[in-house]
Write a protein that binds this ligand. Structure first.
Ligand code: C5P
Length: 302
């Protein structure tokens, strides 16, 4: 059996509040230019949102303060470590909001999978609260997003963007690029900070890929970029997890080359929108032979 996840709207009005969808992202390319004096790594990455969503139910209540409940098939921290709570507290402080809020996070995108999970939840919180309490100063919201994490500003914009700096400088890619993708989500948690700490810079690889990717961007050929398998964090991630290395090999024996998203562990393969039968067949094969979660997703249009 395979699951095809259709595009859904970003916001829906509910009783006393708003339902906000927080999409997963995949890195169509991820170049690392080296480690910076502040410890972060300088990036040049093209990220795309896909139709695989966490759900955030935000309701006003009479009870003062902000309460968070976590539900859904995937785990996320229930306390103050949750980026949703951090985002909501930061928003309330920045805009002087004292209303009581009950937020329920329905978690479907696993953390530690390179799909942007927690960062997307944080951005969805900021976007939802901006809708409920807005209009608000968007540069203040962007500032909050940057503090919450390098990927969070991307999720405020999109759906496909070139992100530079440590990831927080976001430039929307105007070319329309619709795709379907097979997403393989193993139950393996990869720590982003560990994958970066284990990264060994290869300037030659960077220069070679940078030339190719710059050409793709200049020509408006994001589709061509997907064939380059340009993820410079992949070897670091795979060297930390032999389980993932074995799994990726097994997947590739069955369906050909797949790329890693971000710092892993999720893998993906991009297809043209008219190749639905092909992507379904790959998805079915992976579910049957490998037994890990695999879904068909669409590129997001927001
Ligand atoms: O920014 P964020 O909190 O999401 O980053 C998590 C960790 O990933 C950082 O603490 C850092 O170790 C690593 N990182 C990095 N360079 C980046 C982004 C993240 O080294 N550009």
């Amino acid at each position: 059996m395979f699951e095809i996840l259709q595009r859904q709207p970003q916001f829906q009005v509910i009783d006393n509040g708003l339902l906000v969808r927080a999409p997963a992202k995949i890195n169509l390319s991820l170049l690392v230019a080296g480690r910076r004096p502040d410890g972060y790594h300088q990036l040049k990455t093209v990220m795309a949102k896909v139709s695989f969503y966490d759900l955030l139910w935000i309701r006003r209540t009479d009870r003062p303060g902000i309460a968070l409940t976590c539900s859904g098939p995937c785990w996320s921290p229930a306390g103050p470590d949750n980026l949703v709570l951090k985002a909501a507290m930061g928003f309330a402080r920045a805009f002087g909001i004292a209303d009581g809020l009950q937020i329920t996070l329905e978690k479907h995108i696993p953390a530690g999978s390179g799909l942007g999970s927690g960062s997307s939840d944080a951005a969805a919180t900021l976007l939802g609260l901006s809708r409920l309490f807005g209009p608000v100063n968007t540069s203040l919201v962007n500032g909050l997003a940057e503090q919450l994490g390098s990927d969070v500003p991307f999720f405020l914009a999109g759906p496909i963007s070139l992100c530079t700096g440590r990831g927080e400088i976001v430039q929307c890619i105007q070319e329309q690029f619709s795709f379907i993708a097979l997403l393989i989500v193993p139950q393996i948690h990869c720590s982003t900070s560990q994958v970066y700490a284990n990264y060994r810079h290869d300037q030659q690889a960077y220069d070679r890929l940078d030339t190719l990717i710059s050409t793709c961007l200049r020509m408006g050929r994001v589709d061509e970029m997907c064939n380059l398998d340009a993820n410079m964090l992949a070897s670091s991630c795979l060297s930390l997890s032999s389980e993932l290395t074995v799994l990726k090999k097994r997947v590739e024996q069955l369906i050909g080359h797949v790329s890693l998203s971000g710092s892993g562990s999720a893998m993906f393969k991009v297809f043209r929108t008219d190749a639905e039968d092909k992507v379904k067949a790959c998805c079915e094969l992976i579910s049957k032979e490998v037994g890990c979660t695999s879904v068909v997703v669409h590129s997001n249009d927001w």
